[in-house]
Design a protein around this ligand. Structure first.
Ligand code: PLP
Length: 436
């Protein structure tokens, strides 16, 4: 039969798997999109919405895919639609490898090209374990690394939903870095708090046994957990701890990689920090096609020359995905999208500040590049605890009003994410803040 809008809405109401950002969201009346143009999406009732979060912070080039991507995908489909990436190389993969070698900082090289961010993290976890011969992966409670078994086990935030609480080999750091951003604290300076957090981490590693720890895995700027930017010296301190104990530093760039924060990669905001393993996805193809990447240092690359990593999936290094993503990255570079983000960043932040000043429901915000997040507070001034408290009725009403104001995006109580497509113009950006 035909899927009418009514049927779709009904199926969402009946199917809790449709959308799980916020418990109860499946029951909200989400629009049924039919097409997109620039930073806008249109639903089957003719309504126009500004995409205020680039969907899941991935449609970075908006919804009019540049012609070069479409042509490259079509050409690749006619030339060589598919060969299995586990058997041999392709011309397009060689080209993509070269492009990545040119743009990845330091001696990082693309190793594998899975399809999703979670798989890129799976490969990174496997790589760290095989390279070091150790098992434990230390990650953060305030983190999101994907919904597969290992990436889900490394994930902190959603782990209760995944039921992946008791996975052996995954350890959560008890060092709660988000506390850095809760103003007040115990009066210690930022430098002192950073040092104390690093001391706690080192102590934890000593207790876990440094010889058992394969990698420290973290987002360079925490994304789904609320746009958390690491304080000065923190990432450098982690790098030093990794070097001291032979632990690999695995940085998850899935959400912020490829320009979101005004640098090509989020870790480039931290002077002198060079990860050993980097996973990326989303922005690598502007979400026009599923593709991700796990990159690693040349040393790790060399290690695997005579012993295959052993990670694989049928659609890894898919030629059509690579051809499309190759053009997406070229588009990013040729149009200096990172420069555009840097230009818009102060305007973006000034408008976040303006809304925070105007609205008592906003407790605080964080912003970097075109990546921002408001924390909403309840009437007592408390910030509800992420994931542990059901969304307030007012938040559901806000989401409805958000659609009525012509915005579409993801919501995760108590966060209001702001991450429009990187190709947004200044006028469109101001329009977005007015709608918000
Ligand atoms: N890592 C981070 C930082 C993410 O934000 C996400 C998705 O939002 C993932 C990994 C998982 O990516 P995917 O949903 O493509 O598996």
């Amino acid at each position: 039969g035909t899927w009418t809008s009514e049927k779709l809405h009904q199926s969402r109401a009946e199917n809790p798997f449709m959308m799980t950002w916020v418990p109860g969201q499946a029951r909200d009346n989400i629009p049924n999109m039919t097409h997109g143009e620039g930073v806008y999406l249109y639903d089957d009732e003719g309504n126009k919405y500004l995409d205020w979060t680039s969907q899941a912070v991935c449609a970075n080039l908006g919804h009019s895919v540049p012609k070069s991507l479409v042509e490259a995908a079509a050409y690749q489909m006619t030339q060589l639609p598919f060969t299995y990436g586990g058997i041999g190389m392709t011309e397009v993969r060689t080209r993509m490898n070269q492009l990545m070698a040119e743009i990845l900082p330091g001696n990082l090289r693309a190793a594998v090209f899975p399809s999703s961010g979670a798989e890129a993290n799976e490969a990174g976890i496997m790589m760290a374990r095989r390279f070091t011969g150790r098992q434990k992966i230390i990650s953060w409670y305030r983190s999101y690394h994907g919904a597969t078994a290992a990436a889900g086990a490394a994930t902190g935030d959603f782990r209760r939903w995944y039921g992946s609480d008791n996975n052996p080999g995954f350890v959560k750091a008890f060092n709660p870095f988000p506390l850095f951003f809760n103003h007040g604290g115990n009066g210690a300076t930022e430098e002192e708090r950073v040092q104390s957090a690093l001391n706690m981490l080192e102590e934890q590693i000593l207790n876990e046994g440094p010889d058992n720890v394969a990698s420290i895995m973290m987002e360079s700027i925490v994304g789904a957990g609320g746009c958390l930017i690491m304080p000065t010296g923190y990432m450098q301190g982690i790098r030093a701890i990794c070097d001291k104990y032979g632990i690999l530093m695995h940085v998850d760039e899935v959400m912020v990689g490829f320009g979101r924060t005004g640098k090509l990669f989020g870790f480039q905001h931290y002077d002198g920090v060079m990860p050993d393993i980097v996973s990326a996805a989303k922005g690598i193809s502007g979400a026009a096609i599923p593709l991700s990447m796990t990159a690693c240092s040349e040393e790790i690359m060399t290690f695997f020359e005579d012993k295959p990593l052993g990670w694989g999936s049928t659609y890894q290094a898919h030629p059509v995905a690579l051809a499309t993503a190759y053009e997406a990255v070229k588009f990013l570079i040729q149009n200096d999208i990172v420069g555009h983000v840097q230009h818009l960043a102060p305007i973006f932040e000034a408008n976040m500040q303006r809304l925070a000043d105007q609205h008592p429901c906003i407790k605080q915000y964080r912003a970097i590049g075109l990546f921002g997040c408001f924390d909403v507070q309840d009437l007592t001034g408390a910030i509800p605890k992420l994931q542990h408290e059901p969304a307030h009725d007012a938040f559901h009403k806000y989401k409805q009003a958000y659609h009525e104001a012509g915005l579409v995006g993801l919501h995760r109580y108590p966060h209001v994410h702001c991450s429009p497509p990187l190709v947004i113009t200044e006028d469109e950006l101001l329009d977005g803040f007015d709608r918000l």
